[in-house]
Write a protein that binds this ligand. Structure first.
Ligand code: FPP
Length: 244
């Protein structure tokens, strides 16, 4: 199961307490630690966290610097715990605009945790789903068949094997903000009002319970079995739709 989270509400959490926004992000990083540990103990095989979007560069420079520093410190501080818990860490998004220090910490974490099999933690940094889709489309050969083109774009967007089953957004807003647009084609969406720093294992369990209570139909009828054959036929039909 793949769960993706838009961690929103750090700033408002801090404002509510009369604290600077940076304190909200620090509390957000603590919530990341709690939720990753809870996820690793659950049935989640892949967890993707939206840590920094391409649009977040528009924030004041000191907030951006603080977020980057926090990310680096968190990575360095948590890598041993990830190794011990069997959590493999991978990053998606651009790396060419990140500081060399942060890129080194990312590569170090990816290398050290590469053998983890319990859960994959995907962290999206300087990430834009549209940019990922455009990049993937540009890299596909011009003479690719529709099905081949669809497969290549999907793979390049990390869709295989990582289609999102459940997408959670904290903080009360109800939008996707350019996050995993390709992979979330059939995701169940759960929006919660809790600000990210207050989200914890109970919030995750409640979102998982809501997900389990949903009936997933993938465009079919309620009782349609989800066999591999049905999935392949659906992929073919979808690639026809997308290409037309
Ligand atoms: C959104 O809250 C949150 C972010 C832009 C950053 C998320 C980063 C963290 C939780 C900290 C570090 C991450 C990791 C993976 C260690 P916001 O600032 O937009 O809140 P607001 O909408 O209330 O202003």
């Amino acid at each position: 199961m793949h769960v993706a989270i838009i961690m929103d509400g750090n700033g408002r959490w801090a404002e509510q307490r009369g604290l600077p926004r940076t304190e909200g992000h620090r509390a957000g990083a603590r919530a990341v630690r709690r939720v990753v540990e809870a996820a690793a103990r659950s049935s989640i095989e892949r967890l993707t966290l939206y840590a920094f979007s391409c649009d977040n560069w528009e924030r004041p420079a000191d907030e951006v610097d603080n977020l980057m520093l926090l990310l680096r410190r968190h990575l360095i501080g948590q890598v041993a715990r990830c190794v011990n818990n069997g959590v493999r860490v991978v990053f998606i998004g651009r790396r060419d605009r990140l500081s060399p220090d942060l890129v080194r910490a990312i590569e170090h974490a990816e290398r050290l945790t590469a053998a983890g099999t319990r859960m994959t933690l995907q962290v999206a940094v300087d990430y834009s789903a549209r940019a990922a889709i455009i990049g993937a489309a540009q890299a596909a050969p011009a003479d690719a068949s529709r099905a081949e083109f669809s497969r290549l774009v999907g793979e390049a967007c990390h869709a295989a094997p990582g289609d999102v089953d459940l997408l959670i957004r904290t903080g009360g807003e109800r939008r996707l903000s350019d996050f995993l647009l390709w992979e979330s084609a059939y995701a169940e969406l759960v929006f919660v009002d809790t600000y990210w720093p207050d989200f914890d294992e109970h919030g995750l369990a409640a979102a998982l319970a809501e997900f389990r209570a949903r009936e997933r139909r993938f465009g079919g009828l309620p009782a349609e079995p989800r066999t591999a054959g049905a999935q392949a036929a659906r992929d073919d039909r979808a690639s026809d739709c997308r290409a037309d």
